[in-house]
Design a protein around this ligand. Sequence first.
Ligand code: GLN
Length: 547
Amino acid sequence: MARYVFITGGVVSSLGKGLASAALGALLQARGFTVRLRKLDPYLNVDPGTMSPFEHGEVFVTDDGAETDLDLGHYERFTGVPARKTDSISSGRIYSNVLEKERRGDYLGKTIQVVPHVTNEIKDFLRVGDDEVDFMLCEIGGTVGDIEGLPFFEAIRQFIHERPRGQCILMHLTLLPYLAASGELKTKPTQHSVKELQSIGLAPDVLVCRSEHPIPEKERAKIALFCNVRPDAVIPAYDLKTIYEAPLAYHREGLDQAVLDAFGITPAPRPNLSRWEDVMDRLTHAEGQVRVAIVGKYTQLEDAYKSIAEALTHGGMANRVRVKAEWIDAELFEKGDPTAVLEGYHAVLVPGGFGERGTEGKIRAAAWAREKKIPYLGICLGMQMAVIEAARNLAGIEDAGSEEFDHERGAKRFEPVVYHLKEWVQGNYKVQRSVGDDKGGTMRLGAYNAALDPESLVAKVYGATAIEERHRHRYEVDIRYRDKLEACGMHFSGMSPDGRLPEIVEHKDHPWFIGVQFHPELKSKPFAPHPLFADFVRAAVEVSRLV
Ligand code: GLN
């Protein structure tokens, strides 16, 4: 039976609960425990798959095909434990399960209520995989006191009582605002948010206090007294230069010790922090810098491409260089030559995306990188753009495009070199789709295998000819254009095992030009940089040495 740590937040949102949870997971691992992290989100979307990345940040895809909150990306990057469908839940999913059961007649004769039916559904979710790990870390999205969050807090209250004593603890994150006028840190909002928790029957065992200024011992003691926690369970959390400092910083402040103390685990096994020391060493002892242009659309909000930014950092760590990723709006050179904007970059990355806006600029970026022999990594839509570029500019298919854009406009304008995928194989099943299907959860999602041509660049990069990567797309490069494109030097170097779906393309006559239909960034970790990102950055370093 796992021990449970519930992680909640108060005072304001965006306190870094996800990061604190992930760092705690890493620290428990460093002490030899096994962990699994989970996210409970109070919004009513069934999953974040249909939300705009502008609003909600990136959609993180799991191996088993769930579209989840970006916090699950942090969890994986810090613990290396692949997240599953059952590690992410929203109110929308809970209610849809409950309503489905109601229609099926599972509760026949009963009046369906938040307590117990919704809270039972939440508790069922919490228990999944309970016997697999030492610690289950469950983060509750939002802030205590939010209307939407109440059923989750109530479910946790019940859950704690149903477990043997000492099996569950609560870690609460708050903010200590600093008043410059009086030069003081204020503890009152923290006290209020703890009161809010207490009023729904929950009491924190560990308080993590975000602060921009050092927290004096006196204030720490005051928080402990007024919030009913032990003084050494009040953990300061100061701003960090990099998120990867979090495990070591939280360890220094005693977070893992406080958590183990709260469970009564004594003596606590000694931690081995060498993984995080090495990560920090690589980050702080980088030599030189490469500039990577990320040509995209969601450039206003970096969170929209969280995993790509992180994977590039990891690629830099693998080469001990700093990667300066700059987000460039593809619409800047929708019609003209991108040279003026892209010159001076050592590599170009075109990430995934949806919709036509910005795509002409992305196609131009791909053409520019191909012609100038600058390393190019195209991810999902970025691969599709590279293929359309080759089709137009090398194979002479002037109106080459994606059916996605025709569907968006409701008009036929392009020759569909990229078409709407209607059928594919998943394990032993054939998946079928049609154009009018629901949008939620119907893409080709999750881990699929690809077979690589042993003679290709990508096989060299991976050091393997069979790989498994995560997907999230509805459209696909049409295999029927393969011969035409290969005749022009674009090599289809990775295919689905049945040989029907192009997974990877590269240009033969180019030092480093790779397009992948999947999302390699989702599997990169600071302590295990993804080979594609590591080698892409290596190629960028070579370019930087030439100029
Ligand atoms: N919009 C494209 C598709 O659905 C690419 C998706 C993506 O980049 N994730 O196929």
